[in-house]
Design a protein around this ligand. Structure first.
Ligand code: SF4
Length: 441
């Protein structure tokens, strides 16, 4: 979400005539986009922003803007007081205050053309910054902002506000603009993306949005994340199964494998609900890649609770597990009323156990790909190898002299590890074995 928000700010500034500076010291405008999902991220964002003070003192005409969850939707008086060198505080995803500030300060020679373009942007006609146009094959597109849930550990509703869905036409215009600039794949974003449209009683829902985007010429693939177990209904699954451009890739967090912890987290489902969901997903989409999230060391998590998490991961055998240690966020329910009673060492041990188990599961799933052919969308060349992803979001590398960037290519998988695979384009012979190895054998 932050990547998409940063792109939006960059795009607005480019319309006003700005371009990217090689370093903060050379920039007239510095924008810091922040994440506070964990305390370490918040500390880093705060520390970096504080470290910019000498730059502001060296050039008072320089504008420093702080954006994102550190600021929050309601602003943050304490932050303003402690960071007096910051000129603008912007809520997540909203470049408006910065643009207004720049206009007011007359720091740019805004002409009528730029103003017209700004209005066009507000109408949803996004144009990418030039430096991104060259390279982007895959782009993130927010479709619903904020969240109406109240998971007890989560700061996002307080920082990103209530749920607001973007109009379908607005999103479709943005996607068409991205496609015109070379993008082949979009990932639609929302804190609970399946709740797209729920904030307008009779408005279009996620399946309707997917159908509209599926019709855009030149767009090859559509993904969406993150789902919530309570909203991934059969209509949505049937739509994913029906639409050729929507990838078989679902990100749906469970967070914990014991009902008592799920209740304390206020996740509003049980482990059995999640099991049934995975069955449903595999019924509609037998070949789908499923990713989940786990938090270890939530307040009150006993060894027995944690064993439940290991058991459910071993049972369901999901493709990916994003794991994190619980970190209390000031302002959340869990931080207010639940003692952080699992020691850091024990959290690390549990994290390690989850990761070790998942590595085994992922290796087993990947092995099924060996000897098979998969279609990948090639994103870039990385350290001499082409890199792309399958529809199920598996990372695949291959070597070849041709230019494959942005192409859909069938790859014969020769080796598959837990986190990535290697192969060669179908129809291409494997590299010959060097003769000296043959003669020494
Ligand atoms: S669903 Fe829960 S974890 Fe996800 S953003 Fe909303 S409150 Fe946070």
């Amino acid at each position: 979400m932050n990547e998409a928000d940063s792109r939006r700010v960059g795009s607005e500034l480019e319309k006003l005539g700005y371009h990217y500076a090689p370093s903060a010291a050379q920039a007239d405008v510095i924008v810091i986009n922040t994440c506070v999902v964990r305390q370490s991220a918040e500390d880093k964002a705060y520390g970096f922003t504080a470290s910019l003070k000498p730059l502001k003192q060296g050039n008072p005409r320089r504008t420093i803007a702080l954006m994102g969850c550190l600021v929050g939707v309601k602003g943050n008086a304490r932050l303003k007081k402690s960071l007096p060198h910051v000129d603008v505080f912007m809520p997540p995803g909203d470049p408006g205050p910065l643009i207004d500030h720049l206009l007011e300060q007359e720091q740019l020679k805004l002409n009528a053309f730029a103003l017209a373009r700004r209005h066009a942007l507000q109408d949803g006609n996004l144009v990418l910054p030039a430096h991104l146009q060259h390279n982007m094959i895959s782009a993130h597109v927010p479709v619903v902002y904020g969240c109406n849930h109240v998971c007890s550990y989560c700061i996002i509703p307080a920082r990103r506000g209530v749920e607001r869905s973007r109009p379908v036409g607005d999103i479709a215009r943005e996607v068409r603009s991205l496609v015109a600039q070379g993008v082949k794949e979009v990932t639609l974003l929302g804190q609970i993306v399946d709740r797209y449209g729920y904030d307008a009683p009779d408005g279009p829902r996620m399946p309707d949005l997917l159908r509209t985007l599926n019709d855009i010429d030149g767009l090859e693939r559509i993904r969406f994340l993150t789902s919530h177990p309570n909203y991934m209904d059969e209509r949505l699954l049937q739509t994913v199964a029906d639409l050729p451009k929507v990838c078989e890739h679902i990100e749906v967090p469970i967070q914990a494998g014991h009902n008592e912890i799920l209740a304390a987290m206020k996740r509003q489902y049980t482990v059995d609900d999640y099991r049934r969901l995975i069955d449903r997903i595999r019924h509609y989409l037998p070949q789908t890649g499923i990713a989940t999230d786990i938090i270890v060391g939530f307040p009150g998590e006993t060894e027995a609770h944690f064993q439940g998490t290991l058991d459910v991961l071993a049972e369901l055998k999901l493709d990916v597990c994003h794991s994190a240690m619980y970190s209390p966020r000031p302002g959340t329910v869990s931080a207010k009323i639940m003692p952080d009673d699992v020691s850091p060492e024990e959290k690390k041990r549990r994290l390690h156990a989850v990761n070790a188990l998942q590595e085994t599961v992922a290796a087993e799933i990947s092995r099924r790909y060996e000897g098979k052919s998969v279609q990948i969308l090639v994103e870039e060349k990385h350290k001499g190898k082409w890199k792309g992803r399958t529809r199920t979001n598996k990372l695949v590398f291959f070597e070849d002299e041709q230019d494959y960037k942005g192409k859909l290519v069938d790859i014969h998988i020769e080796w598959a590890g837990p986190w990535s695979m290697r192969g060669r384009p179908v129809g291409k012979r494997p590299k010959p074995v060097p003769e000296f190895i043959l003669s020494s054998a």
